[in-house]
Design a protein around this ligand. Structure first.
Ligand code: SAM
Length: 226
């Protein structure tokens, strides 16, 4: 990915994952009872989503961050695994901290989700946790979904924040009082419009799995290339 390429969106949030932040991110999800429980639930719904995707034989984890899902992705011993992230610091922490028997099975590379340096139909499944909710502009979301459509040969498993639940309503109320805030880096998507974008990018929606139905904003969609 070239920084001078005007077609590659340059998101402000993408720049915050320094070495220090990467290490903090690694520890964050294991920190305390509730975070731990939430991490386990997220991994469990992601496992279910992969099953709905038909147990893909090749998976690209993008963005892999510090490899939070690697052990789960590697549960299928025959699966070929790739992992990429925009920030090398995140990949470095993942490679240092995750068990060697897992990391040696994974081929990592630095990449923007908007411009993946791999050929068409490269993997059976792109697995993308906690990136789409950072993308506020429709144009950018479409660019990413279309790039996923190019690089996957079959499915995409993608998580984001959706409306239609208690937490989203609460957040909307809070945001009304925060109108003056200039910089926002996480967004709740109306289900109807994000599903329309997914279809427009060339996917059919196979299914979805909610973190906690009617309460939490996190949802994982399973998409299949049409
Ligand atoms: C919230 S973390 C999620 C990481 C991992 N999927 C997880 O759930 O633990 C967001 C990740 O997105 C990466 N990132 C930011 N902008 C990106 C981009 N344009 N393309 C690919 N990765 C990006 C960051 O470096 C960071 O690792």
């Amino acid at each position: 990915m070239s920084e001078t390429d005007k077609d590659v969106p340059n998101l402000e949030f993408s720049e915050k994952y320094t070495d220090e932040h990467a290490r903090a991110y690694f520890h964050k999800h294991m920190d305390g009872f509730w975070r731990n429980l939430s991490n386990k639930r997220e991994i469990s719904i992601a496992r279910k989503a992969l099953k709905l995707a038909g147990h893909p034989r090749t998976v690209l984890d993008l963005p892999s961050g510090t490899g939070r899902f690697w052990s789960m992705l590697a549960e299928d011993e025959g699966r070929k695994l790739y992992a990429a992230d925009y920030n090398q610091s995140m990949l470095n922490v993942a490679l240092e901290e995750r068990p060697r028997e897992i990391t040696r099975r994974i081929e990592t590379f630095q990449a923007s989700a908007f411009d993946i340096p791999k050929p068409d139909n490269f993997v059976e499944c792109i697995f993308s946790m906690r990136l789409l909710h950072h993308i506020g502009e429709r144009e950018d979301r479409m660019k990413m979904l279309r790039e996923f459509h190019r690089v996957t040969s079959d499915t995409v498993v993608v998580s984001l924040w959706v409306d239609g639940n208690y937490k989203a309503r609460k957040r909307a109320r809070l945001e009304q009082h925060r109108r003056h805030k200039k910089y926002q880096n996480r967004f709740v998507q109306p289900r109807e419009s994000i599903e329309a974008e997914m279809r427009e990018a060339g996917f059919e929606i196979v299914d979805h799995v909610d973190f906690l139905k009617y309460y939490a904003m996190w949802r994982i969609y399973v998409l299949r290339k049409k």
